[in-house]
Design a protein around this ligand. Sequence first.
Ligand code: MN
Length: 291
Amino acid sequence: MKKVANVYGSGEKHWVGNGFQVQSMFSYNDKDKNLDPFLLMDYNAPRHFDGGRKSDFRGVEEHPHRGFETVTIAYQGEVAHADSHGGGGVIGTGDVQWMTAGSGIMHEEFHSERFSMEGGMFEMVQLWVNLPKKDKMTDPKYQAIKAADIPNVELADNAGIARIIAGDFVGTMGAASTFSPINMWDVRLNAHKSHQFAVPESHNLIILVLDGTVQINGNEIARRGELVTFERGGADVLIESNNESKLLILTGEPLNEPVVGYGPFVMNSKEEILQAIRDVQSGNFGKIARS
Ligand code: MN
C-alpha cells in the first residue's frame, strides 16, 4: 500500500475574483509534498450564491497562464469560460473543463448567465496540472468534457461508483487527453463499504475528501475538506467509507523537472518566467474575442 504522509485540514478561504471562494489545498510552493505533476488545487466548498443577477456576473476577469493545464471540475453550479485561443463554453454540474494553457492563453471564468439569474449551490475544484518541459510551449487547447462523456465504473460489492475523468481505471479509459500519465477519478463510496484502488507504484497520489469520512489503509482517518498526501513508493490504496463519501483521487507519474512558478506562470527556469511576463506585456498571449 501507499503510505499516508499527511492529512491536511482545509486552509483559510479567500476570494478569487468575486465568484470563487476557495481554499488553497496545495500549491507549487509546497516543495515538501509529493505532488508532482500536480501544481495547485483550489477548492470551492459548497456555497450558496443568490440569483437575480442579469449582468455584471461574478467571476474572474481576463488573466494569463503559461506552462501548464487548468482543470475545473464542476460539482455544483455553472461556469462560463472564454479564452484568447477561441475556446469557450459553459460547464455545469458533472462537467469538466480541461484547458491547456501551453505557450500562453488569456482567459476569464465567470458564473454562467443562468446560474447568475437562478442562483444556487456552487462547488468546484480547480487543479493546475504541470506540463512536461518539452510540452510547456505547446499550442493552447480547450477540452469541454460533458458529464455524459465521462465513463462510469461501478465498484465491486456495490461499494460505489468512479467517474473516470482522465487516465484509466482497470481498463476503462478516461475522457480527457493528457500530456503525461495521470489518473483523475471522481469517486462516490456508499456507507460502510471499501475499495482497494489500483495505483501504480511509480505514481504520486493525492486524495481530496469532498464529503463523508474515510479510513485509509486501515488506520488514517480523513474527513470532509481534508487533503491526504502519500509517501513515494508502494502501490494501491485501500479506502473504507464510514458514511457516504465523495473523493477526488489524483495519481500521476512525477515529471522530476525543475518547477519555477510566479503567479499564473509555471515554467522550468526564472528566465522563462521573465519571458512570460514580457510576452504578456507585449500582447503575445492574444485577446479574448468579443462577439
Ligand atoms: Mn485561470
